[in-house]
Design a protein around this ligand. Structure first.
Ligand SMILES: [Fe+2]
Length: 111
């Protein structure tokens, strides 16, 4: 059912499309942050391991808000890894395990 919130159908769909791209990006960032949490090593292991955990925990809340907002616009929310990747503007780096400094640089850029 389309919501009666004073936004035209065309703009509802455009808003949902933009939010779906944002959701794809947030999921990509979430997965990347998890990967770094699991794979960080070296001198600052514990500090970065905890930092990444705090970040992906916050991302979970943002992801849920964005996902539910899409649904409130009367559009089904995407929910598979393929859909997230298809909608995302951020890119993953399969098979790459950067240094601590590179992890931080990549996450900062993605944020
Ligand atoms: Fe953990």
């Amino acid at each position: 059912m389309k919501p009666a919130i004073g936004i035209t159908e065309k703009h509802l769909e455009k808003s949902a499309k933009l939010l779906s791209a944002l959701l794809g990006d947030e999921m990509t960032l979430y997965i990347k942050t998890r990967k770094f949490h699991w794979n960080v090593s070296g001198e600052s292991f514990m500090e970065l391991h905890k930092l990444f955990q705090a970040q992906y925990t916050e991302l979970e809340e943002t992801i849920d808000l964005v996902a539910e907002r899409i649904n409130k616009l009367g559009v089904k929310t995407i929910g598979t890894m393929k859909e997230f990747a298809d909608h995302a503007r951020l890119k993953e780096s399969p098979g790459k395990y950067p240094s601590q400094k590179e992890m931080l640089k990549e996450l900062l850029g993605d944020h």
